[in-house]
Design a protein around this ligand. Structure first.
Ligand code: NAD
Length: 253
């Protein structure tokens, strides 16, 4: 259980759902993990849990839609553990629902800009500050959390679809830019995954979502984390700038 021994990883949105599963799997494989999240208490609880299980982790709290916060998270990884090798830009929120011309001007625009900040701009800030440190460390890998809605559209969620397509494009561009410098950058595209992000949805809508997955169920956070860890590992050494779908068949029908 030491595949990532000696490596340091920054995981954003790591206090819940997919990010938490990624942090747990990385710590179980020996990585030092910076558990970054908006929620301090929840991030601290996850870091404590990882340390109690024999891992190495530290909590960091802040809003990743602020570039100074993202820089501070990267700096913490380097200060505490000496270098940064791996990053998972995962923090995200749901967005406004419904037809986009129906959104209210004040609340709708505010929600749109918040969504772009958290789900898209944060990924740019992550790449901006992570890449130089990973180059200094001699190479590594980054995974950006997109969505199936970074590949296909959900008409009732245009802002979320837009942000996640942006993550897909930024990953392609960054992956190509840094392929020759020992950094691999890829995106992961989950279908609907049973995490607290979905808990706000009404039960009957959950059934509709389940019916869209040929697998006949929602995915689990660990099923997404499995793919993230593969992409972070040297087993994925010739995979760069590409999209990895984890959706129980959703986008194939
Ligand atoms: P989640 O709500 O369980 O966890 C997201 C975490 O991100 C939370 O701990 C939250 O506090 C944190 N966060 C939110 N805004 C933040 C901010 N501004 N700064 C720092 N941290 C912040 O959600 P999840 O389902 O685990 O989602 C993780 C990622 O996966 C998101 O990018 C989401 O868009 C993506 N995704 C989720 C699903 C799904 O069905 N659950 C599907 C496709 C993609």
């Amino acid at each position: 259980y030491d595949y990532f021994a000696g490596k340091t990883a920054l995981v954003t949105g790591a206090a819940s759902g997919i990010g938490k599963a990624v942090a747990e799997q990385l710590a179980a494989e020996g990585a030092n993990v910076v558990v970054a999240d908006l929620k301090l208490e929840a991030a601290q609880a996850v870091a404590d849990e990882l340390v109690a299980a024999g891992g190495s982790a530290v909590a960091f709290a802040g809003d990743v839609s602020d570039p100074a916060v993202v820089k501070a998270a990267v700096d913490l990884a380097v200060e505490r553990f000496g270098a940064l090798h791996l990053a998972v830009n995962n923090a995200g929120i749901g967005g406004p629902q419904g037809a986009l011309a129906d959104y209210d001007d004040s609340d709708g625009f505010a929600a749109y800009h918040q969504l772009m900040g958290v789900n898209l701009h944060s990924v740019y800030y992550g790449l901006r500050y992570e890449i130089p440190e990973i180059v200094k460390a001699g190479g590594g890998a980054i995974v950006n959390m997109s969505s199936i809605l970074g590949l296909v559209a959900e008409p009732t969620a245009a802002p979320y679809t837009t942000a996640k397509h942006g993550v897909t494009g930024m990953t392609k561009a960054a992956g190509a830019t840094y392929a020759s410098q020992g950094i691999r950058i890829n995106s992961v595209h989950p279908g609907y995954i049973d995490t607290p992000l979905l808990s706000a949805l009404p039960t009957d809508y959950k059934q509709v979502l389940i019916s869209k997955h040929p697998a006949g169920r929602l995915g689990t956070a660990d099923e997404v984390a499995n793919v993230v860890l593969f992409l972070l590992s040297d087993k994925a050494s010739f995979i760069n700038g590409t999209q990895h779908v984890v959706d129980g068949g959703y986008t194939d029908i």
